[in-house]
Design a binder for this molecule. Structure first.
Ligand code: PMP
Length: 351
């Protein structure tokens, strides 16, 4: 029922994340989570965490985590911003860098949170169709704009573009901020970090949710020129000084100290992904090339929604998007080899 103050409430269509389940017997391949646990170093730090420290506010600049990131990625601490998951970092980037009246540009098929932030922050935007192979055409990003944001690899396609493609976009957009959302970069792509010194308008956003198995901890970061990081800090400090809690700062820093574990888990996911692509091809799926921890696939004769629903009945959760052009595709997160084997046997039954 309408209340007298109803017209004063914000009306907005929110982003809907992949379904979480309370059931323990679910094979969860619907949110691009990592099937392996985080580094044992994270467990050590959490087990030994001195709860007395929780009396005090955390360092508002999360300096320990920035120092660990600076060491890991070989960049200056003043080029790093950290936040409560990369969704938080991206939302702050939208508020910090996309402040003109001109529309920002992003692909029609991409991370579906981008149009939601545009609506929340009243940022004008224009989507640019991917080509018939679901690739981004860099020439489409040569027009006047208020900023550019692209995931690389793109999601939900999984397709990665190389650094000369990114440089092409940067060279054609010297008057705007270009954000490259590298949520999935550790599964086979090359990060644009090496371009930071050359392009002062480049912002790279990464996350610990995928390649570091820490989706539940909520850690994301941006790398950019010191000037852009200062702007991000000022915007963050205008709404919440303490987005990163002390427990998260300690656990995330520990994760960065275990580089070998990170490489090993990424390689396991990559190997399972490549095997998955081969099996899905054998089962009659068309699978897009992927440099991520998921694949986007469409079956040549059975509809995506049918497969999605049948798998759900078997407690295997994958992701289906009712979005034009990909309404007959399924996004499948890469799980362990055993989980994928169970998926393959269920698919064989369904098909
Ligand atoms: N960017 C992309 C392209 C994503 O798919 C996701 C995951 N939903 C995110 C950013 C956000 O991840 P998180 O907030 O867990 O860091």
């Amino acid at each position: 029922m309408n209340k007298p103050w109803s017209d004063k409430l914000r009306k907005i269509e929110p982003y809907i994340p992949g379904e979480q389940s309370k059931k323990s017997n679910v094979i969860k391949l619907n949110a691009n989570e990592n099937p392996y646990p985080p580094s044992p170093e994270v467990k050590k730090v959490l087990s030994n965490f001195d709860t007395d420290n929780l009396r005090k506010y955390p360092a508002s600049d999360a300096s320990d985590l920035k120092a660990a990131l600076a060491k890991c990625y070989n960049i200056n601490e003043n080029q790093i911003f950290v936040g409560n998951g990369s969704d938080d970092v991206l939302a702050l980037c939208f508020q910090s860098f996309f402040c003109s009246d001109k529309p920002i540009l992003f692909p029609d098929l991409t991370y579906s949170f981008y149009p939601v932030w545009c609506s929340l922050f009243r940022t004008p935007y224009k989507t640019i169709p991917l080509d018939e192979n679901f690739r981004i055409n860099p020439d489409d990003y040569k027009k006047e704009n208020g900023g550019v944001i692209l995931p690389n690899p793109n999601a939900p396609t999984g397709i990665y573009e190389n650094l000369s493609f990114i440089e092409n976009i940067l060279n054609n957009n010297k008057d705007s901020i270009v954000i490259i959302d590298e949520a999935y970069i550790d599964f086979g792509g090359q990060s644009a970090i090496s371009l930071l010194d050359k392009y002062e308008n480049l912002v790279i956003v990464q996350t610990m949710s995928k390649s570091r198995s820490l989706a539940g901890l909520r850690v994301g970061y941006a790398f950019a020129s010191a000037e852009l990081i200062e702007t991000l800090d000022a915007v963050k400090n205008s709404y919440n000084s303490y987005t990163m809690d002390s427990v998260t700062i300690a656990a995330a820093s520990a994760s960065l100290s275990d580089h070998q574990y990170f490489l090993d888990t990424c390689n396991k996911v990559i190997n399972t992904r490549n095997r998955t692509i081969n099996v899905l091809n054998e089962l009659g799926f068309h699978v897009l090339p992927s440099e991520t921890n998921f694949v986007l696939a469409s079956h040549k004769s059975i509809s995506a929604i049918h497969i999605f629903e049948k798998l759900k009945q078997e407690n295997i959760f994958i992701r289906y998007f009712k979005i034009p052009r990909i309404e007959n595709y399924l996004r499948i997160t890469i799980g362990t080899d055993e989980e994928m084997d169970t998926l393959f046997s269920s698919l064989k039954k369904i098909l």
